[in-house]
Design a protein. Structure first.
Length: 319
């Protein structure tokens, strides 16, 4: 099998090590170029990797690109991958606002360029989608989802990742950083259900220019939804609970444990945990002709940006 030649554009994103690990572990993938964006810093051990000084050099021999830069660099890098006709997997968010996102989605073309929404790849969450599609829960009564970690408390956003605390470089705050996955998850679980924001509260700290997380209340079709996302929960983790009139399904333990219950104790399933690198594995599978995920479409990406804008607007309204 011919190797897929990969150029990595940018070294500032926190998931860069996940992408590099996938490339290293894939016997039919080859990292042919790694390009630092201007002014970037990296705390990742990158010695011995094929650095190049320009994006053009990086894309010259590449079959695909991974864009792992600051969000502020997305417009420039996407324009170059589109001009070179090189498909790209772009770290989220595509743009910092709904308007910025909509301006960039034409550069995605007809695919396969898309964003790295790895929750779509998690086996337990794919099972939830099957359960919802088959109507096993009955009408949905309530949804709660949480995606948190203590990264701000633990100094994760220093060094290479300090840009995530800067609005100028594309930092969207703790809720936007992790909540974007939850919003995209809801859209993917049931594409026909409209998402509307009813209220939000975001946490601000004097030592941080962006929010560190918060809570948003939405409706998903007719069902109320609470979303909790942020960087100051210890130990943090992932949780999805969808309560229906007939049964409830819950995914926890890092996305590895699914419980389906009605009147009794319910059944429990074990699945592989959520992994950020799964999005690149699925993207590579698509280039090889294997459908391993339902990648976000331009419409999905734009809708996610719209919902996050509405969350920030709701949080800014006077109480």
């Amino acid at each position: 099998m011919k190797n897929i030649r990969i150029a990595v554009l940018g070294t500032s994103h926190a998931h860069l090590p996940d992408h590099l690990a996938v490339i290293e572990q894939d016997p039919a993938a080859e990292l042919v170029a790694l390009h630092h964006e201007p002014g970037s810093r990296s705390d990742v051990l990158l010695e011995g990797l094929p650095f190049v000084s320009t994006v053009e050099q990086a894309l010259h021999r590449a079959d695909m690109a991974v864009i792992a830069s600051t969000t502020a660099e997305h417009a420039r890098l996407l324009a170059q991958t589109a001009a070179a006709r090189v498909p790209a997997l772009v770290e989220k968010p595509l743009g910092t606002t709904a308007a910025a996102t909509t301006a960039l989605t034409p550069l995605l073309g007809a695919g396969p360029t898309t964003t790295a929404m790895f929750l779509r790849c998690a086996p337990a969450l794919r099972r939830v989608r099957e359960v919802l599609t088959r109507g096993e829960l009955g009408p949905v009564a309530h949804v709660h989802a949480a995606f948190t970690h203590p990264g701000f408390l633990d100094g994760v956003f220093s060094g290479a990742a300090e840009w995530m605390l800067s609005e100028e470089r594309g930092g969207t705050g703790g809720f936007g950083d992790l909540g974007i996955h939850l919003v995209d998850l809801l859209r993917w679980l049931a594409p026909g259900r409209k998402l509307s924001v009813r209220g939000a509260a975001l946490t601000r700290r004097p030592d941080c220019a962006v929010d560190t997380g918060g809570l948003a209340l939405l409706t998903w079709g007719e069902a109320p939804v609470s979303l909790h996302a942020g960087w100051t929960s210890r130990p943090g983790g992932f949780l999805l609970r969808v309560e229906g009139e007939a049964a409830t399904v819950e995914v926890g333990a890092g996305g590895a444990e699914l419980t389906m219950s009605a009147d009794g104790p319910g059944r429990r399933e074990r699945h592989p945990p959520i992994r950020a690198g799964a999005a690149l594995e699925a993207f590579l599978g698509g280039l090889r002709g294997h459908t391993l995920w339902e990648a976000p479409t331009a419409a999905d990406i734009e809708e996610t940006g719209r919902v996050l804008d509405a969350v920030h607007a709701a949080a800014a309204r006077p109480a």
